[in-house]
Design a protein around this ligand. Sequence first.
Ligand code: BV8
Ligand code: ZN
Length: 240
Amino acid sequence: MVQASMEMVKALLDGSRNVVVLTGAGISAESGVPTFRGREGLWKNHRPEDLARADAFFQHPELVWEFYNWRRELLSECVPNPAHLALAEMERQIPNFLLITQNVDGLHAKAGSRKLMEMHGSLWQVKCTVCTHVHEDRSTLPELPECPVCGHLLRPGVVWFGEPLVPGVLKVAIDQISKADVFLSIGTSGLVQPAASFYQLAKDHGAVTVEINLEPTPNTGLMDFALHGKAGKILPELVV
Ligand code: BV8
Ligand code: ZN
């Protein structure tokens, strides 16, 4: 891994036509959204991994809905930061571009990103635990929201740990990553699968891989280049 300069990564992007970007919770940190594994990521001393699971939901639906309603409430005040806006600009500059986000906060879409795949779903989506009903809902939900169609319990429209990704998401990700000249991994600790293996897939298909993160991660040493610092500072300088 080479500690890259801004100029190196900028030159890399200027010369490429196929770019895939993977983002994680770190890109929303400067919008005031707690990251998953940072100190502020704890909620009432629960770790998100212990609550973002189907078994926790079906055992303690009130507790899990309280966790998600707390996040929805918090996020309703958050706006995209310069990092989100820079990636929306990067999409406009690069012919073949795909932004794959692990985040469920909706801030990339709010920033104007359109070639976007929310691979873990969305906090703003709710779906029925029994019938196929699903809808977007930005209101403050009751403690145990009910399906407007069949009356059964609704759940957050996100992919929980231990659940498969929505069919087709992985196929699109693999197709696009296999064609990439450059793969940027931004604001993710590289711990959650299958997203954490995307950089390896990109590398195997000849892409140059770059990690942009506040601090080194378990994947840093395997990336071609690394730029460490705040995404909200680094990314705007890459798209001017
Ligand atoms: C699945 C939605 C298979 C919910 C989330 C191997 C292969 C396959 C699966 C597994 C495997 N090993 C383990 C598994 C199971 C599991 C997994 O990966 N577990 C981990 C904990 C080991 N994976 C799964 O269960 C996945 N499903 O593989 O299905 C399958 C197939 C068939 C049948 C059944 C199953 C599903 C995983 C999806 C989980 N859902 N989110 C919700 O949000 O409530 S993941 C969750 O973690 C968030 O989406 C989050 O984005 C994501 C990853 O975390 P990060 O984004 O990286 O956040 P983190 O806080 O860790 O790091 C932030 C980074 O930012 C830090 O490095 C920090 O330094 C940096 N940073 C901070 N500030 C800044 C910054 N960087 C730049 N600028 C800043 N300002
Ligand atoms: Zn229903």
